[in-house]
Design a protein around this ligand. Structure first.
Ligand SMILES: [Mn+2]
Length: 311
């Protein structure tokens, strides 16, 4: 295993299974973590030398929202807020024990929780966000009101404050964030990225420079001395739909199988990874073969980010 700057021996990771779909409208994404674990993820990670903690998926049983009408246009706001707050707590606890929290989604609204948890332990951590979308709409710019398209704006403290989400502290600064893989960015989001000087490598840059150079440039931006903790938040829809078809908002023209895995391998090689998310695997979309393929790709991305090498 690569020497890790922040994770003590024995190297331990904690699986945070989050069967949650309230940040978007399609049923089934809550089944993503269950399928990933059933596909053998835990023994696969143990085979890489990790001590793996997993005591079942979070059921968020205590979170019971009887009435959750929209706030403005935001859908399921109380539920999303309470679940992501619980996730922030759990991720923060694992991080504070020196473990790597590996959060399995569930929809990407969960990253409001995972990144808040990471920043509670590592305030100077940078976030590498791999996605077809920027997920940076504010409550003003969102057209759908689906909160999985908004977590980054909450983490950055952009847009007008929504009381329900007041627990989300704007701890992330624009210079701590970089995107790779974007190709479906709303006009309002493009303006937010520009106005806040947020570095983003779209598929255009991946085509132009190649994935190796793009990852290097991305890390040069958020982690120039390669000494800060890294939170990798990987939305499986960053991959091309031919590679990962079972996801809620597929967009053609995405990362190839190797490009996706290269990103994970390169982040692992830095020895700076402190938290990892894999989001938006939806086993109820597309046919059985597609589901199997997407779940398998999800497992292999996680293995690559946690030390699996080709040689
Ligand atoms: Mn996303």
């Amino acid at each position: 295993m690569v020497e890790s700057r922040f994770i003590p021996e024995p190297k331990t990771l904690a699986i945070v299974g989050c069967p949650f779909s309230g940040g978007q409208p399609k049923a089934g994404v809550d089944q993503g973590p269950i399928h990933l674990v059933q596909a053998g993820l835990i023994p696969q990670l143990e085979d890489l030398g990790w001590k793996v903690i997993f005591d079942g998926h979070h059921q968020f049983e205590e979170i019971n929202v009887a009435q959750d009408p929209p706030i403005g246009i935001l859908k399921n706001p109380r539920m999303v807020s309470k679940v992501t707050k619980a996730v922030a707590q759990v991720v923060g606890e694992h991080a504070s024990k020196g473990q790597i929290p590996v959060t399995l989604g569930g929809d990407h609204s969960l990253a409001m929780g995972t990144i808040s948890g990471t920043l509670s332990k590592y305030p100077d951590a940078c976030v590498v966000w791999i996605d077809a979308h920027a997920d940076i709409n504010t409550s003003e710019t969102t057209e759908s009101g689906n909160i999985h398209g908004m977590p980054v704006s909450f983490l950055l403290g952009l847009g007008s404050k929504v009381e329900e989400f007041s627990w989300v502290k704007p701890l992330l600064k624009p210079e701590q964030l970089v995107y790779i893989g974007l190709r479906d960015v709303d006009a309002g989001e493009k303006k937010i990225l520009r106005d806040n000087n947020i570095k983003a490598f779209s598929m255009h840059e991946v085509d132009k420079y190649g994935i190796g150079k793009v990852v290097e440039m991305a890390l040069d931006h958020v982690n120039p001395n390669r000494d800060k903790p890294i939170h990798l938040s990987f939305d499986v829809d960053a991959l091309d739909p031919t590679v990962a078809p079972s996801t809620g908002t597929p967009v053609r023209g995405g990362l190839t199988f190797r490009e996706g895995h290269y990103i994970c391998e390169a982040i692992y090689e830095t020895g700076l990874l402190v938290a990892l998310d894999l989001m938006e695997v939806n086993p109820s979309l597309e046919n059985e073969e597609s589901v199997k393929q997407t779940v398998a790709v999800g497992c292999s991305l996680l293995r690559s980010a946690l030390g699996e090498t080709l040689l």
